[in-house]
Design a binder for this molecule. Structure first.
Ligand code: AMP
Ligand code: ZN
Length: 468
């Protein structure tokens, strides 16, 4: 497998530190609001990468944090008159719900910054002991000039950064030795969450959080570190500086960054106000459509969001689902079970689509081309599977379409599957029809549910349902 590594600016063959294992860290969201679909892009693409590596037989240790202490969380808590913890807990729960609806698997571990403060304090202390950090009146800064390799990820020249440094001199930070030094620990302000430390009662800087959580759950040296491209500088650059100076080892071997999800060619972001939450999109579309849309572009290409493109994604996904449905229908009604010689020959040809799919995924996670391979398979299915096909043939083709889609986390075998939420919606529709005395429609809905194996029972407490 090859990845474009931001660190070397090259596509490189992936060689894991430990054979058969992958350690991977993806910077997660700051939880002060519902996540928007820009935040969903790294979640979806790196979930697809994880799934593909697991498919290839790797054991993947996938860590993704929640940043649950931050100025924005504190501001929101003050606005609502609740604790910062209440705000972060609420939006972590909401984020997990969105992830599940997008079929993004939970990480092996989802550490919370607030639960890892002692480890961060230890790292900061080591950095001070080694001369890489200093304390001024309770604020600890990283001494950037001591790390010769600073700038290696973002390919920024230190002198250029420094000459532009005046703008980096934010008020209150004049005490820094160098404009490029960044905060590892800051003293609390009134009403803020705070922890005891050797320097002041306060809280960690954002960058040290990821250095510590990555170290604790994955080790000092890891295979892959990923996130959106806005994190390259300063966040990931600073993580490298902290981790490498503290641990005396290279930090992550492969740095992967997704490009932005844009709207009208501008980055979708909370601060610009040009965003849609995953929740909003979920009201209009099945979130599988959002997932399909995200994966239909290469992760390093900017992706423009629009209603039109969502509609075409919906139709495209529907084509895959229909092909699967067709195969199932043929298999159920097939006169013969056994493969004919001709069908055997055709199945050998079918292998070509999986090879194309894998080749695309191996080439820096080219999900766009991988999806094209699925469409070639769909075409093969639409022309090859027909009323005279055997059960084995139709079933095998169906399995192949669902297997490749599954690797991308796309659920395409769903026509007969019905989710609890959909059942409840149908029942509500039926109740409304009955209230409007449209009994024909009410019966139609009951039959439709029955065909999907859902039995309704009208009781005095209301409608109850069970799966047949
Ligand atoms: P944040 O909560 O802003 O720290 O973002 C969480 C993750 O979402 C980070 O990996 C960001 O790089 C990523 N992200 C935020 N906005 C976008 C966007 N418009 N397109 C792609 N990724 C984004
Ligand atoms: Zn991070």
């Amino acid at each position: 497998m090859k990845f474009y590594n931001t660190l070397t600016k090259k596509k490189e063959a992936f060689i894991p530190l430990k054979e058969g294992k992958v350690s991977m860290y993806v910077c997660g969201p700051t939880v002060y609001n519902l996540i928007h679909i820009g935040n969903a892009r790294p979640m979806i693409v790196f979930d697809a990468l994880r799934r593909y590596m697991e498919y290839k037989g790797y054991k993947v240790n996938f860590v993704s944090n929640f940043t649950d202490v931050d100025d924005k969380i504190i501001a929101k808590a003050i606005e609502e008159g609740v604790t910062a913890e209440e705000v972060s807990q609420r939006y972590i729960a909401e984020c997990k719900k969105d992830m599940a609806d997008m079929n993004v698997r939970p990480a092996t571990t989802h550490p919370l910054a607030t639960q890892e403060i002692p480890g961060m304090i230890n790292m900061i202390q080591t950095l001070i002991d080694k001369g890489f950090a200093y304390d001024v009146d309770g604020t600890v800064y990283f001494r950037t000039r001591k790390f010769d390799e600073y700038g290696k990820l973002s390919h920024k020249n230190l002198d250029d950064l420094r000459s532009g440094g005046r703008s980096l001199l934010v008020s209150g930070e004049e005490q820094k030795e160098d404009p490029l030094d960044f905060v590892l620990w800051k003293p609390k302000k009134e009403g803020e969450p705070a922890w005891e430390s050797p320097w002041s009662e306060g809280r960690p800087g954002w960058h040290i959080e990821c250095s510590e959580m990555s170290k604790k759950y994955l080790g000092e040296e890891i295979d892959i570190h990923a996130g959106g491209e806005d994190l390259i500088f300063p966040h990931h650059e600073n993580e490298i500086a902290q981790s490498e100076c503290c641990n005396g080892k290279p930090f992550a071997r492969y740095w992967l960054h997704n490009a932005f999800l844009n709207i009208d060619s501008r980055k979708m972001s909370k601060s610009l106000g040009n965003f849609f939450t995953v929740r909003e999109i979920g009201e209009k579309y099945d979130l599988q459509v959002l997932r399909f849309f995200m994966l239909s572009a290469h992760y390093r290409s900017p992706l423009n969001f629009s209603e039109t493109i969502m509609e075409s994604s919906k139709n495209a996904l529907e084509r895959i689902i229909t092909a699967v449905d067709n195969c199932k229908h043929v298999a159920e009604n097939a006169a013969s079970g056994e493969l004919t010689d001709k069908e055997q020959e055709k199945l050998r040809e079918m292998g070509e689509f999986r090879s194309k799919f894998e080749k695309a995924m191996e080439d820096d996670l080219n999900t766009a081309d991988a999806i094209s391979a699925i469409f070639e398979l769909v075409k093969f299915s639409n022309t090859g599977v027909h009323a005279e096909s055997s059960r084995a043939f139709a079933g095998t083709v169906k399995e192949e379409i669902t297997a490749l889609s599954d690797i991308l986390g796309l659920l395409v075998d769903r026509k007969t599957e019905i989710l609890d939420r959909e059942i409840e919606e149908k029942i509500a529709e039926r109740q409304a029809a009955r209230k409007a005395r449209d009994f024909a429609l009410a019966d139609e809905i009951r039959d439709e549910l029955l065909a999907k194996g859902i039995i309704l029972e009208d009781t005095r407490e209301g409608v109850k349902w069970k799966r047949a």
